[in-house]
Design a protein around this ligand. Structure first.
Ligand code: UDP
Length: 397
């Protein structure tokens, strides 16, 4: 399986990865996050853990558990870190600490290298038994709500290193070594391989899409940060110029996101009365369907207001799509405005570039080519694994 990547990245790059992996063979490695499915972190770990094992590494992946009280707190942390505004449940810090202790008692933490993903399991460090610990932050921490940041920072500083996705998330006020490693997509996953035309058409048809009309697609959890209502508003503006335009907003639930239903309900309300809007809640692991929607899209949207990276952007770019993305977080790493896609700051901008793209098929083709090459050179899982392994080697000295 791993040798198949040579077709995409070449022999030399793969040789380098194999050499680094050999140096880590004697270490036990653990990844910890807060959900097995739903969202980018689970997406990456689902692909990376088996690949690292294939490289000969001794890697495990554990997921912390919690009840609604815990995930309400972690979602409020997540929002307050990304928006700079605090709206925490009562006793948030106590609830957070309580669940760290419960999980620390249940999880085996005696590994040589532990990579903790995001703030949800960050506090496990207080129960460290041995090994080197790396905090992998996938979200925007450039303008955090200070009380939450201070609470977490005291824990972060107990780590041996931290990793953020883009230079703008690096922190001046943290003393430990920081690495900048953008996430990645797996070009060989069902979500990203080239699908036969007929498969794409069958999936779209099954979900009620008219194959003869232009299709705007956003794939995202129902989360305020992904701005589903803004997507619908931009679609409505564009539809005034492109009357047969359709929109598919495809989402799925994540077990660590208690706000999903509320956002979904608001989105349904905004979409009411327009039968060209398809709001779909797919079960987890609908990779073939997601691939089909991205492949079948005329234009892809990722109108995030806040975004750690936005794997969906690279996923669509790999399929040679023009992506219209919010100018935030990790999206500008992927979208070079006018070259590999379009960056927008508001609903009007999004509508403008939907129309512009649909009216200029040659431009769409050129940008699509550039987009795929940009992803090949920068955002594939092979590069991502190599960089993680380098940090692991660094912390183990
Ligand atoms: N995703 C999915 N089904 C959905 C919505 C999203 O499989 O209904 C996937 C999407 O294809 C991507 C990941 O979940 O691989 C989302 O990662 P991203 O970085 O875009 O956003 P996050 O959810 O982590 O904020």
């Amino acid at each position: 399986m791993i040798e198949k990547y040579t077709e995409i990245i070449g022999e030399d790059e793969l040789d380098g990865i194999i050499k680094i992996a050999e140096r880590l063979k004697d270490f036990s490695i653990l990844h910890v996050n807060s959900t097995r499915a739903g969202g980018g972190v689970a997406e990456i770990l689902n692909r990376m853990v088996p690949l690292m094992r294939e490289l000969g590494l001794n890697v495990d992946w554990k997921v912390i558990r919690g009840e609604n009280d815990f995930f309400k707190v972690t979602k409020s942390f997540h929002n307050s870190l990304q928006n700079g505004v605090g709206n925490l449940p009562d006793n948030a810090f106590e609830t957070y600490n309580k669940w760290q202790e419960i999980n620390a008692n249940e999880l085996p933490l005696d590994y040589d290298i532990i990579m903790i993903h995001d703030p949800q399991p960050l506090g496990l460090i207080n129960f460290k038994k041995k090994g080197k610990w790396i905090w992998r932050c996938h979200i925007d921490i450039s303008n955090p709500y200070q009380p939450v940041w201070n609470f977490l920072k005291e824990k972060i500083e107990k780590y041996n290193a931290m990793i953020v996705s883009t230079p703008i998330f690096a922190r001046d006020d943290v003393e430990i070594p920081q690495f900048i490693i953008p996430p990645s997509i797996d070009p060989l996953s069902i979500k990203n391989i080239k699908l036969p035309d007929i498969t794409v058409k069958r999936v779209l048809y099954k979900y009620g899409i008219d194959l003869k009309k232009p299709l705007l697609v956003q794939i995202s959890r129902f989360d305020y940060a992904k701005d589903p209502v803004g997507v619908i508003k931009a679609y409505k503006l564009a539809k005034k110029h492109i009357p047969n335009l359709q929109l598919a907003y495809v989402g799925s639930p994540a077990t660590d996101d208690p706000e999903g239903q509320e956002v979904y309900d608001k989105t349904v309300k905004e979409a009411e009365g327009d039968k060209d809007i398809h709001l779909l809640m797919l079960p987890p692991y609908s990779d073939l369907e997601i691939n089909a929607f991205q492949t079948g899209a005329s234009v892809v949207m990722q109108k995030s207001l806040k975004e750690g990276f936005g794997l969906t952007v690279s996923e669509a770019m790999w399929k040679k799509k023009v992506v219209i993305g919010g100018r935030t977080g990790g999206i500008p790493l992927q979208i070079i405005h006018g070259i590999t896609g379009f960056l927008v700051d508001n609903i009007d901008g999004a509508a403008h570039y939907i129309i512009h793209s649909l009216k200029n098929p040659d431009l769409v083709e050129k940008i699509g080519e550039n987009a795929r090459e940009h992803v090949r050179n920068n955002f594939l899982i092979t590069r991502h694994m190599r960089e993680y392994m380098s940090v692991m080697l660094y912390v183990t000295g």
